[in-house]
Design a protein around this ligand. Structure first.
Ligand SMILES: Nc1ncnc2c1ncn2[C@@H]1O[C@H](COP(=O)(O)OP(=O)(O)O)[C@@H](O)[C@H]1O
Ligand SMILES: [Mg+2]
Length: 582
């Protein structure tokens, strides 16, 4: 763990050196207080001399001042290091997380990942920013104190040392246990957080189905579970602390008895005994302190392990070393822009059912193509594959004659604008949400996109217009309004390839009519894939591809398909009947 941490501390070596110097400085001064005490007793009290007492106290005074200054630097530098290193780790972790493919987040709870970024890094911060220096300081005190003890009185030192093995072995034994328990405890807390996050986010569904009691009960169980695990850890540590304290204090008492007898017998000066007791207390205190921090360090080691695991998760989908760039000359115009070649995909969680099977389809630049078919046919999956959120299991997808895996990922995705099935807005104002796909757009461009998406009217009616804050996930808007913002955002991005996943499904008939016109305008001369359930909205596209259970069953124009495709005819008839009834 230390080796791993070192890569983050390394850039701040200089500060670390200053911190360590300050640390050694203060530890040394702390120990030299023992000499001050000896002087005070032997030169002051025992010789009944006020001058001796004054001198001794002046000496002690200097030490105290120097020690305080050292402590300032030590604390400042060490805390600075802790905060700095953890900020760096957080940054690295987050930028790594956003590079992972969407499938990673399907398999891992968002709340748990969040807890890695917040709770686990905070644990690390305590260790680097305080425990570590605390441990080091106490270790120095321990070594220094022990050396001084040996120098001043070997016999007494041996008595003290007798108990050391009794302290060290339980320390190692309990420490291992605490480490395991603390990992469990962290995991529990993370899952409690994930739990709360999910139900709070979907509070409307929770309340509409009156499941408040159930989620509360489940949350309580999770919280109690976390408490139980924590309790085990606390018990271990409490036992450890009590045991160490008893052994240490017992040894001090035994030593006082032997040393006191020696003073009475005149074999030892009172000042020497006092200084020795001082060292012994320092040594014992530092040992106790180290045991206490030891548990914390173990906890942090667990946290570091989890962060390291997360950082080591390889993105299965990433840019090749030298990927095709957007700026490179693309192939001749007569070649199709997008080609699916015998492409097959199955979700990893369902390896035996293909979501798409042996798809062959070529789309020319500027062509608009509609994907229709029952839900679950694999239409949205096709969009995921085009954006390379997932890689095909068999066959290939090419854009401009180049396999998607050969493209630089960012350049590939820059070719697209997506209007997803569930419009996604961020907790920001209207303006920022619109500019999400093109932050450098001018005001005029934004307004033109808004106009094209027929979103003008409702945005202007919002309390703060374009500055209105939309709440988390745009909760302050209706479904149709969100959809129009998502469309405007796509229009503004002005992509080569437009992906519309049921982009008008949440609109009323009138807005749909307007937005459809806007989309028709947008689709002109632009390669477009449009998924639509209402066949009326896709009549004007160049070609319609009919999907069923992952198979491309028919391709053609509306009129051709009515003639040739049984599935399309059935879908069209059903809708026609429904519309007539309405
Ligand atoms: N993340 C996923 N993991 C596993 N299976 C999925 C996932 N997303 C979709 N599927 C399954 O893949 C099939 C195709 O889904 P999808 O492409 O969303 O259909 P649609 O044509 O309605 O857009 C469905 O059977 C669906 O249950
Ligand atoms: Mg879909």
């Amino acid at each position: 763990m230390l080796l791993w941490l070192w890569q983050f501390v390394r850039p701040y070596r200089l500060r670390l050196v200053i911190a360590i110097i300050a640390l050694i400085f203060t530890a040394t001064l702390t120990l030299s207080l023992g000499q001050g005490i000896k002087l005070m007793i032997d030169e002051g009290f025992s010789s009944q001399s006020t001058l001796g007492l004054e001198n001794a106290l002046t000496f002690v005074g200097f030490i105290i001042v120097a020690m305080s200054i050292g402590a300032y630097f030590r604390f400042y530098m060490v805390s600075w290091l802790g905060e700095r290193v953890v900020a760096d780790i957080r940054k690295k972790l987050y930028s790594h997380l956003v590079s992972l493919p969407p499938s990673f987040f399907e398999d891992n709870l968002a709340g748990e990942i969040q807890s890695r970024v917040t709770t686990d890094t905070t644990l690390l911060q305590t260790v680097i920013g305080s425990s570590f220096s605390f441990a080091l300081r106490n270790t120095l005190t321990f070594i220094g104190g022990l050396t001084l003890m040996f120098i001043s009185n070997i016999k007494l030192t041996m008595i003290v040392l007798l108990v050391v093995p009794f302290i060290i072995f339980p320390l190692i034994y309990f420490g291992r246990k605490v480490k395991k328990l603390s990992r469990d405890s962290q995991d529990k807390i993370a899952s409690v957080g994930a739990w709360a996050g999910e139900s709070l986010q979907h509070i409307k569904v929770v309340q509409a189905f009156t499941r408040e009691d159930m989620v509360t009960e489940q949350f309580n169980q999770a919280a109690e579970g976390a408490f139980d695990v924590a309790l085990k850890r606390i018990r271990q540590r409490a036992a450890l602390i009590a045991m160490v304290m008893m052994l240490v204090m017992g040894a001090v008492a035994g030593m006082l008895f032997v040393g006191g007898s020696d003073v009475i017998a005149g074999e030892l000066s009172a000042g020497d005994l006092a200084a020795f007791v001082f060292y012994a207390i320092m040594v014992a205190g530092s040992l106790a302190a180290v045991t206490e921090v030891y548990g914390e360090v173990q906890r942090a080691a667990g946290a570091a392990e989890r962060i390291r695991e997360l950082l080591a998760t390889e993105a299965e989908i990433k840019s090749p070393e030298a990927g095709v760039l957007e700026t490179e000359p693309l192939e001749a115009d007569d070649k199709p822009l997008i080609e699916f070649e015998n492409m097959t995909y199955a979700y990893p969680s369902r390896p035996n059912t293909n979501a798409l099977t042996k798809l062959n389809l070529a789309v020319q630049a500027g062509e608009s193509i509609a994907l229709v078919g029952p839900s679950g046919a694999g239409k949205s999956t096709l969009f995921d594959l085009l954006l390379r959120f997932r890689d095909p299991k068999g066959g290939d997808i090419k854009i401009s004659g180049q396999s998607l895996s050969k493209w630089n990922l960012q350049d590939l995705r820059s070719q697209f604008a997506l209007v997803p099935q569930q419009p996604v807005l961020f907790s920001a104002n209207v303006w920022d949400n619109l500019k999400y796909g093109r932050p450098d757009a001018t005001e005029a461009e934004v307004l033109a996109a808004v106009k094209a998406a027929h979103a003008e009217e409702f945005i202007e009616q919002l309390p703060d217009g374009y500055q209105s804050f939309l709440g988390e996930q745009g909760v302050k808007l209706s479904g149709g309004q969100k959809q129009r913002l998502a469309i405007a955002r796509a229009i503004l991005r002005d992509p080569k390839i437009l992906l519309l996943d049921e982009a008008t499904s949440a609109l009323d008939a009138q807005s749909e009519h307007y937005v459809q016109q806007a989309l028709n305008e947008l689709m002109k001369g632009r390669t477009t894939f449009i998924i639509a359930h209402r066949l009326a909205t896709v009549r004007h596209v160049d070609r319609i591809a009919v999907f069923d259970q992952g198979q491309l069953v028919d391709v053609g124009s509306h009129d051709e398909l009515i003639e040739s495709s049984e599935l399309y005819r059935r879908l069209a008839e059903l809708q026609f009947q429904l519309e007539k009834k309405a």
